[in-house]
Structure formats: C-alpha cells, structure tokens
Design a binder for this molecule. Structure first.
Ligand code: MCN
Length: 792
C-alpha cells in the first residue's frame, strides 16, 4: 500500500453535490409519470363493507382506481413474512390493498392513478368506503389484557413469544443477598427521515423490463419482492436507488404495499407511475419502533455483582409482523451489554395492536435493552450506596475473556459471541472525558447557586455487520480510473467516500480516480442492504477483497509486460512499478488495456500497451487460461457472525427547580467501532445518533388516543429537536479491531442513539433524587413526578 487513506479524516466526496442542490431524489424523477395516491383507512380497526369509486371516475385527469378486488395471483395474497422465526406464533402481514379488514389508521385501501397528484388527491377524496367499526386495541396494556382482539382468530394478541435462559435465574435471584424489581416503559417513536418513502416505475413492454426507482435501504430486496409478486423473472426487474434523504430503518421494509402497487399499475397501464409519500402519510402509515414495557428482577451481592437477572418484555408490534421479531429479539439478547450476570432469563411477548407496523429504527431494540439494563445498574448502585461506575465495573466482561459467549441465540439461531472489546478501558476514558470524579464538587458549587445538576452514564454493546453477505465490484478502466460498485444504498452515511478510501489503499490509486456506485441492481445484482450498521463491515470488506484480487491480477499482467517478478512490483499512485525503481513501470490503465485484447485496436492507451508487447506477442495467449479478460472483478464477503461494537455515554444535565425544564450541559461519548475507516464520518454518525437519542429521551413520542388516532401526526406536534436542543458532543475513540473481518472494522451507524434514553434518565434521576422509570420525559412530566414524589 502506498497511499494511506484508511483511517484518514477525509471530507465526504458526496457532500458538495448534495449541499449545492445537485442531489437527485425520488421525487426529482419521472416528470412525465402518472401520479399515484392512496385512499387510507381513517379508522384503526374496521371491516370494509364496500368501496364506492363511482364519484371519483368524473375527476378530470383520472386514469384508474384500484381496490383489492382488482388484484389477482400473488398480488392478491398477503405480503411476505420477511424474517420467519420459530417463536412467531401467528405472523400476520398486510395486503398490498386492504382485503375486508383494516387494522390501523393509514392502511392503504385503494389506489388512484391520475395525470397529476392534484387530480389523484381529488379522486381519493371522492372515494366512499363504508366501514363497520370494530373496537381497536391501542397500547401494550390493552393488547395484553386481550379484552379486544386485533386479528380474528387470535384471542390473546400474542404474535410471538420467546424465552431464553442461561443458568437458573430464579434460583440465583432467590439466593442473592439483595434483590430489587423495576417496571420500565419506553414509548413508541419513529425514524422521521427528511425524505419520505417513494417509488417510481417504468415498464418497457418491448423487452419486458421493469425499471424501478425506490427510496429504499434494500434495492435487491425490493427487486426480489417485486419480481415475485408481479410474476416476473428476476432478470426482468432493475432497481435503481437515487439519493435518499435518510432512512433510519423505515425504508428497510421490502416491499411496502405502495412499492408493489406502483410497478403493478405501471405495467398494467404501460405508463410510468410515481408515488412520493407526503409527511402526513409518513406519520400515519410508515413504521414506528421502541414501544416496550419491561419488568426486571435482579439479585446481586454487596459489590453490586449481578447474580441473577430476570427480564420480561412486552413489545408493541403494531398491526402486522412483516419484519418478524427482529426488534424484541435484539432487545432481549443484547440487553446484557458489557456485563456478565451469573444467570439470565429473558422472556418477551410481541403483541399485536391496531397501530402501524414496527420496523427496526436506528438502534433496533437496543435502546430499550440498554434502558432496562442501565436503569437496573443505577438502581443497584443507589440501593447499595455505591458509585454508579463502580457497580458497572464490578460486572464487566474483561478483555482477556474475549471472545465471550453470552450463551444466547440470536435471530439466525447462531450463538451470540462478543468478538472483542475493552470495557474497563472505555470506562476509564469516559470518566476522564466527563470528569466523573470531580462532579460532586461541581454539584456542590451549583447547589450553592440554587441550581440542580445531575450526572449519568450508560454502556452498551451492539452486534453490527451481520451477514449473510455483501459484494463489491471493482473495475479499472483503460483511462486508469477505477469504478467501484456496491449493493449498499446510501441514505447519508458517506459510503462513496469510505469505499473509495478502502480501494485507494488496496489498489494504490488516488481517491480522486475512484468513483463509487451504490444501490443499483444493474451494477450489483446480489446484495442485502444498508441496515444493522453493516455497510462498512460488509461492503468495506467485500470491496477490499475485490480490490486485493484485482491488484494481484494487475501485478501478474504487469509482471509479464515488464518481464519482472510480480513479487518485485508495487502499485503507487495508479502506476505499477518495480520496487525501488520507479522508472520501470506502467500505468494501471495500460494494465487494463493489456487485460483485454479487444481494446488494443481502439484505445489510445494501446500505444503504450504495444510497447510492452502485449498485442504483438503471438506465442502468448492473450488471456491466460485461469484468467478472465478485463481488469475488473467481484468479490463477496460473508462473515461467520456479527462483530460487536461498544460504547459508553455520560451526560450532565440541569433541571430547572421551578419549570422542570431539562438542559443538557455536557454529553460525552467513548466509542469503539474497531478500526475507523474515516473518523470524520464516524463522528458525524455518532452526532446524528446522539441527536436521535436525545430526541427519544426528551421529545419524540407517538401519541395515540384510545381510538388509535395518532394525535401528533405533524412536525407541529411531533417534537423533533432543533440543533439548539442537541448538545455539543464530546467524543473519544477506542479502537479494538474486530478479528472477524479483513479490515478489523465494527459498525458505527447506530451507536450514537442506543444509550440516549438510559443516560439521560440516569442524569435526570441524579439531579432530582427520585427514580425515572419511563421515557421520554417532558418538563411537564418531570414537574408532575416531582409533585408525586414530594407528596410521597
Ligand atoms: N464507518 C467508518 N469506520 C467504521 C465504521 C463505520 O468509517 N469502523 C463509517 C462507514 O464507512 C459509513 C458510516 O460510518 O460511512 C456508517 O457505517 P456503518 O456503521 O457500517 O453503517 P451502515 O453503512 O450500514 O449504515 C446504516 C446505519 C443505520 S443501521 C442507520 S439506521 C442509519 C445510519 O447508518 N441511518 C442513517 N446512519 C444514517 N445516517 C444518515 N445520514 N441517514 C440515515 O438514514
């Protein structure tokens, strides 16, 4: 390697285009397309008696109206259950358009296609749906009581039930010197990306090809689902993902009903069709997450060591289960964080409710797990009168115990094994960064000024970079420029930059000579997608492997041309040369020419190529027996299991003694995602994550009334924090490389959000002196808690 871009804080190459308004998002496409709009259920639970479309047919510009009756074959069947699991008792999934019943407000009942969106919306308003209202089930308590049911034939509303146990937790708790119990709540929230969902489809009847543009995190998943549902061969469907204005998990779902209906109609009508979600639609019909009740029982010794832990989780699953049980299984298996309890039992029930579905939202179940575990750690410390960091340290898995098997099974049935990490070192860094040991004197000074301040911390581990695989394609053009393709889609993570950094080092070319294509199934048909903080680990490794292979090939070809030994060659600044003798070498572009005999006649570079006899040596086969023509190649990376990143956050808050306003004075992060490809990007990811963590702790919640109506379905009412509410974030890194992948990387994209609720609950509790058991918490809730505490 001659350049050293891996690890450098390189500015993101995609930003100039995006911040100067040259990005191309879904709704920038398809100016001539028909517009689709959806009739959505205004009720949380109802039977559809009739859909009367007559009045809509008069709307000027109307093209077509579709209901479930118009669908046939696979399109008329429910959507697939994407990730099955034996713990799923009854996995209900929605239809592309509702059939007989609606199970949440916002569920699509009919689709209108019209010349433009105005006409489509007018027609939507004229469609009369006759609903027989049924009792909705809203909230975890109601779902658990099961006095009403969400789905006919399911009397207890339990979608899935799973128990995992390591040792005998009941015995361990019963025998422990101390025990305590906690009831915890964390409310529903949502991803709220800047850009909503959207899909634009073109059907080319002449060659039977469907071209689909989708604002998705999973291009290949959409392709597979649409092909299957529309009865097309995979080779007939291409999915291209334009710039995406954020996803955070909501665009991981594939297919959304709209993502099926739009191409289905485009094919039927032989005309382009587009749907771009508006904000209100996003609130009421896209996915949410978080929503859990947790009951924790802990048994511990005088040092605060956990001897037994029993956690029971009720998870609000929403009306359908297309995404299986990923969220509660992540909560239940990654809840233990950096700790090793003597025995552990976890049980969850995933409950159907008449609210929108749940897909993994950044952090995916971990914020809830960390909330349970870290609130427990704090409760133990407070009970024993010990420092909160000491109790944690007493429970840490030590670095020399790595790899550490928690004895639990993850979603895919594989054991949950932490590959590496140094928790004591992280804690030491965090304590230094925030000045933990000096806080009491600061508190005293603040108290003397009539101010109330508190400090809290929270620790987490995060399984990142799961398989099954991801690919990378690398091609050297005869110009010497390098094209890289990944199946990942980018929602703002900076993939183009970091993949170019990796390839620059592996191939020995300047970053400015590398361009990266993301989310285009024409360039990379086999891919899994961007979620679970897997991009750097999976695609980073795949492109590194592809580039390494290409480098070997380039050296072989150049060795032949230079009549040198491949082992004596190196690639520097895009030139293959003899080590120690830069004069003796050829450009990579020339190697690309040599690799493809057909290019000799056409290419300028062939002039250089012929110098080395590549085109004139008739005794040598133009392509070696075990090689393919061209300087390009694809490689795939498929890990044994995911790699565990970890981190610890601490915050100092101030709560106003009168108004109960909560201000974050400091927010510190120690983060370990293995080797950092680009520290600037990782810190940006941590900043974004912390902003969402703060949002989930203090502002954002989905407020449903008892009828299943979302009361805050707009940015006037759903409080997304402004930059002014997000604290300055101080970050320190630890780099314990992962032994599992070729670059030693662990994921970073979700980390910042994970401990947000736990760390702020701890700090507020410390400021106030009474337990905080539910998040988010608003000033008015804090005010009432104070009053309740004061009243005893
Ligand atoms: N990175 C790095 N070094 C590491 C790890 C990561 O330089 N050791 C860089 C990566 O190269 C990448 C970024 O950090 O540019 C995030 O990488 P990774 O952790 O692999 O996450 P993914 O690329 O798989 O992105 C998904 C992740 C998830 S799951 C959510 S949710 C999320 C997130 O990324 N949604 C986002 N970050 C987001 N950022 C933006 N702007 N928008 C979203 O929707």
């Amino acid at each position: 390697m001659t350049t050293k871009m891996f690890g450098a804080p390189v500015q993101r190459t995609e930003d100039e285009r995006l911040v100067t308004g040259r990005g191309g998002y879904l709704d920038d496409l398809g100016a001539g397309a028909y517009a689709a709009a959806f009739v959505r259920s205004p009720h949380a639970h109802a039977r559809i008696r009739d859909v009367d479309v007559m009045a809509a047919l008069d709307v000027d510009g109307l093209v077509a109206v579709y209901t479930h009756d118009d669908l046939s074959g696979a399109m008329a069947e429910p959507l697939p259950l994407l990730i099955p699991h034996p713990a799923i008792l009854d996995g209900r999934t929605p239809y592309a358009l509702a059939k007989e019943y609606v199970h949440h407000v916002g569920e699509p009942v009919a689709m209108v296609v019209a010349r433009d969106r105005y006409a489509a919306e007018d027609a939507v308003e004229r469609i009369m749906v006759d609903y027989e209202l049924l009792d909705p089930v809203v909230g975890i308590d109601n779902a658990e009581r099961a006095e009403r049911v969400v789905h006919a034939g399911m009397p207890d509303n339990v979608a899935a039930h799973l128990v995992q146990e390591v040792g005998d937790a009941s015995d361990a708790i019963a025998a422990a010197p101390h025990t305590l119990e906690l009831d915890l709540d964390i409310e529903r929230s949502a991803c709220t990306p800047m850009e909503g969902r959207g899909v634009y489809a073109r059907w080319d009847g002449a060659d039977g090809m469907l071209r689909l543009y989708s604002s998705t995190q999973t291009a290949s998943g959409v392709r597979a689902a649409v092909a299957a549902k529309l009865g097309l061969e995979l080779g007939q469907v291409e999915v291209v993902v334009p710039d995406v204005g954020g996803g955070f998990g909501v665009k991981i779902m594939h297919p959304w009903p709209e993502e099926l209906m739009v191409p289905w109609a485009a094919r039927l009508l032989g005309h382009e069709v587009k749907w771009a979600e508006d904000r209100r639609e996003h609130f009421v019909s896209a996915a949410h997450e978080r929503g859990q009740h947790q009951r924790v029982r802990a048994g511990f010794d005088d040092e605060g060591r956990l001897l037994g832990l029993d956690v029971r989780i009720l998870h609000d699953n929403g009306a359908y289960l297309p995404y299986g049980i990923i969220v509660p299984i992540v909560t239940s298996t990654q809840l233990l964080g950096p700790y090793k309890p003597g025995a552990y039992r976890v049980e969850f029930r995933s409950l159907y409710t008449n609210t929108v579905i749940v897909t993994p939202y950044r952090g995916a179940g971990r914020p809830q797990g960390v909330f349970a575990m870290e609130r427990t750690m704090d409760a133990i410390a407070d009970y024993l009168g010990r420092d909160r960091t000491q109790v944690r340290a007493a429970n840490f898995i030590q670095p020399d115990e790595m790899p550490y098997d928690q004895g639990l099974l993850f979603q895919d049935g594989r054991p949950l094994v932490y590959d590496s990490g140094d928790f004591p070192a992280s804690l030491a860094k965090l304590k230094d960064l925030i000045g933990w040991d000096d806080f009491e004197s600061y508190r005293e000074r603040a108290r003397a000024e009539g101010r109330r301040v508190g400090i809290g911390l929270a620790c987490y581990v995060e399984g990142t970079g799961p398989g099954p695989y991801e690919g990378g394609h690398v091609q050297v053009e005869t110009s010497g420029r390098v094209r890289v393709a990944t199946g990942l889609t980018s929602q703002g993570q900076g993939h183009q930059t970091i993949l170019a950094q990796i390839v620059a080092d592996e191939l020995g070319v300047p970053m400015s000579d590398i361009s990266v294509t993301t989310g285009d199934t024409r360039r990379m048909p086999y891919s899994v997608g961007t979620y679970a903080s897997r991009g750097a680990v999976m695609s980073g490794s795949a492109v590194a492997l592809a580039a390494r292979r290409l480098r070997d090939k380039a050296l072989r070809i150049a060795a032949d041309a230079l009549e040198a030994d491949a082992g004596d060659l190196e690639i520097t600044d895009g030139r293959v040369q003899v080590k120690g003798n830069p004069g003796a070498g050829i450009d990579l572009g020339t190697v690309a020419v040599l690799s493809n005999p057909l290019r000799y006649a056409f290419d300028e570079a062939s002039k250089a190529a012929t110098q080395f006899g590549g085109g004139t040596d008739h005794d040598r086969p133009p392509v070696a027996d075990d090689d393919e023509p061209g300087l390009e190649g694809t490689d795939f990376y498929s890990p044994l299991r995911c790699t565990f990143a970890n981190g610890m956050h601490a915050a100092i808050v101030e709560t106003d003694p009168e108004t109960a306003e909560i201000t974050i004075l400091r927010y510190c992060v120690v983060h370990d995602c293995g080797k950092l490809v680009n520290p600037l990007i990782v810190e940006g990811q941590v900043h974004g994550g912390v902003a969402q963590g703060v949002a989930g702790a203090l502002y954002e919640r989905m407020a449903y009334d008892s009828g299943g109506q979302l009361l805050n379905a707009s940015f006037m009412d759903f409080l997304v924090p402004y930059a002014s509410e997000v604290p300055r974030i101080e970050i320190d890194h630890l780099e314990t490389p992962s032994p599992l992948n070729p670059l030693g990387i662990k994921g970073a994209g979700e980390a910042g959000v994970i401990p947000g609720a736990a760390v702020l609950a701890a700090a507020i509790e410390d400021a106030e002196g009474f337990p905080i058991r539910a998040m988010p918490i608003s000033p008015s809730e804090l005010f009432h808690l104070r009053a309740g505490f004061a009243a005893g």
